[in-house]
Design a binder for this molecule. Structure first.
Ligand code: PGA
Length: 253
């Protein structure tokens, strides 16, 4: 049985001065599910220290939203894996569609960033997902296959212990449109099959695959009931402790 993992993606919301209150509210609202579900808040890098501090002694773990692949050096504006670890982060989101869309993230840089994160000891949440145009043009399988194989190029079986995949159809992110449980399960099964192809079935069975895209308390249970949906990557609903806790409650069922 794969343990469910619900991760909030705060995106570019929540000030450092607002961080402690939100993390504490999440910890309080989800304390009954501690140990049953992995609970993660991925925050802007500047919020990580406050988030880590607020999460101390609770089941909430903290992650970031991106990292660079070099250990240090002249990379103005970037954040290294060592910086995240030093601040107490355990997770990092890599290759979110907003980074692919607005910041030139490619499958190659997803590969570099995620391998560096895993080598450093972070758990990488690697995001994949098709745009509406790609889906309508019948390219869904091709896009997922490419993102998975290039994104996970040169991964070892051991690397998969620190890997979470997030399937996020771009057309469902922040739009209020959710993939139906069947639509999501179909792609999760495809992702699982690609993992089998890459790493063998034993390893593929251990990798958790989150769904992301307008997941909320009212639709979480039916999505999370699907065989290959092992959690959620939550944007909007992660900004309110009670909504986030509602999703975690569904994952604990
Ligand atoms: P959403 O975002 O839940 O607001 O759709 C999900 C994400 O982008 O990770």
């Amino acid at each position: 049985m794969r343990k469910k993992i619900i991760a909030g993606n705060w995106k570019m919301n929540i000030l450092p001065s607002e961080t402690e209150a939100l993390v504490k509210a999440v910890a309080e609202a989800t304390k009954d599910y501690a140990g049953k579900v992995d609970i993660v808040c991925c925050t802007p890098a500047i919020d990580v220290p406050a988030a880590v501090n607020a999460a101390k002694g609770t089941a909430v773990e903290i992650g970031a939203e991106n990292c660079h692949w070099k250990a240090s050096g002249a990379y103005t504006g970037e954040i290294s894996t060592g910086m995240l670890l030093d601040a107490g982060a355990k997770y990092v989101i890599i290759g979110h569609s907003e980074r692919r869309q607005y910041f030139g993230e490619t499958d190659e840089t997803v590969n570099l960033r995620s391998r560096a994160a895993i080598a450093a000891g972070l758990t990488a949440i690697v995001c994949v997902g098709e745009t509406l145009e790609e889906r309508e043009a019948g390219k869904l399988n091709e896009v997922i296959d490419r993102q998975m194989k290039l994104g996970l190029k040169d991964y070892t079986v051991a690397d998969c212990e620190k890997l979470v995949i997030a399937y996020e159809p771009v057309w469902a992110i922040g739009t209020g449109k959710t993939a139906t449980p069947d639509q999501a399960q179909e792609v999760h099964a495809l992702i699982r099959a690609i993992l089998v192809e890459l790493f063998g079935s034993e390893t593929a069975e251990t990798v958790r695959i989150q769904y992301g895209g307008s997941m909320k308390p009212s639709n979480a249970a039916e999505l999370l009931a699907k065989k290959d949906i092992d959690g959620g990557l939550i944007g909007g609903a992660a900004l309110k402790a009670e909504d986030f806790a509602g999703i975690i409650a569904a994952a604990a069922q």
